[in-house]
Design a protein around this ligand. Structure first.
Ligand SMILES: *Cc1c(COP(=O)(O)O)cnc(C)c1O
Length: 354
């Protein structure tokens, strides 16, 4: 079977060595040696000054909203994974959807100001498939209207924009280290900020609010990642350049083998060092998409409909029409992309699509 993605598994010996360290330390969670070490290595690799790694990529979005959104209206994108919208509703905030740009697939910044009301507190946007939002325009709008900006950067490990990590943009940025993501800890995630008050608040929030064993800074939750998950991250990280190069090779092969006369591909924003995280194609119609999907499935090739459905149509949000997002969701298919996917398979996929 050719799945849409395959988790990168480091050599088991590598993982065993790190797990042995956790056993030797007799320390399995609560920020032990391995969690601290992984954070240091990630800071160096990503060239950022602060990170706290977490148990997944959703809890940090919830913590960011808890700290910044105060139950208000959140301007957000309808084209993302469900976690983005679900976090907003879970935190008792109201999602206010703004349609997306048809080529970049990120929130259409020119439509944000129309959606702002007296109750708006935040913009929560997703850098879709690792493709940055128009971060400058969003920052200008946020400053003008006194709003906070949170980026769901779940897909963005290794993405740089204008020479710096995409995680450096926005008041708070979050990432996912889920096994389906390009760098992973099986389950895991991270949060990023440059603001020293937010560093403090996010850090205590992810550890029940603790200020030492007997006192509390404030309200918190359990967002901690374990030593065993950090062991996976420490085993995967040395292969990250290999992972990125292996994915680039697959993307380049798709780019040469697919016929784009009747297909559209994702337009990567200018000044971006992209991470080859997904290979979406936009097909002329949903009928054609379903036909392509059926024919690929017949020979055990399993593309995925990321993202479907458009999040403004979820059963627990107020429905507003988002034509670009709804049409994109109906006609976009993510093709298999992982290290080691062979050119001969890509050729087969390209032929069936054609
Ligand atoms: C994967 C993903 C998440 C959730 O991350 P988890 O680590 O699975 O909680 C959030 N947003 C987007 C856009 C994602 O793709």
């Amino acid at each position: 079977m050719i799945p849409v993605t395959k988790t990168f598994l480091p050599p088991l010996e590598d993982y065993n060595l790190w797990v042995k360290r956790a056993f030797d330390n007799q320390w399995l969670t609560n920020r032990g040696e391995l969690v601290n070490l992984l954070e240091d290595k990630l800071k160096a690799y990503l060239n950022i000054d602060w990170i706290t790694i977490t148990n997944n990529g959703t809890v940090p979005i919830q913590m960011a909203l808890k700290l910044l959104a105060k139950g208000g209206e959140i301007i957000t994108t309808p084209f993302s994974y469900v976690a983005t919208t679900a976090a907003i509703v879970w935190e008792n905030c109201t999602p206010v959807f703004v349609d997306i740009h048809p080529d970049y697939l990120t929130i259409d910044e020119t439509k944000i100001e129309n959606a702002i009301t007296a109750n708006t507190t935040c913009i929560l946007a997703t850098h879709v498939f690792g493709n940055p939002c128009n971060v400058e325009a969003i920052e200008t709008i946020a400053k003008k209207h006194n709003l906070h900006v949170i980026y769901d950067a779940a897909h963005c490990f290794g993405v740089n924009y204008k020479g710096k990590s995409i995680f450096d943009y926005g008041d708070i940025s979050t990432c996912s280290f889920h096994a389906t993501k390009l760098f992973h800890t099986a389950e895991g995630g991270a949060m990023f900020t440059k603001n020293s008050d937010l560093k403090h608040q996010l850090f205590y929030s992810h550890n029940f609010g603790h200020d030492g064993p007997l006192a509390f800074h404030g309200l918190g939750v359990n967002g901690k990642i374990s030593e065993l998950q950090a062991a996976m991250g420490l085993s995967v990280l040395p292969y990250i350049d290999e992972i990125l190069a292996g994915r680039k090779k697959v993307v380049d092969t798709y780019n040469t083998m697919l016929d784009f006369s009747r297909l559209r591909k994702l337009k990567i924003r200018e000044n971006t060092e992209w991470n080859y995280s997904y290979y979406p194609v936009i097909i002329e119609s949903e009928d054609k998409l379903l036909k392509i999907q059926r024919e690929l499935n017949e020979i055990d090739i399993m593309p995925r409909r990321y993202f479907y459905p458009s999040l403004n149509t979820l059963p627990y949000v107020k429905h507003t029409d988002m034509p670009v997002s709804e049409n994109t969701a109906k006609s976009i298919l993510c093709l298999p992309l992982y290290v080691g996917l062979e050119a001969i398979q890509i050729e087969k996929i390209a032929r069936i699509i054609k």
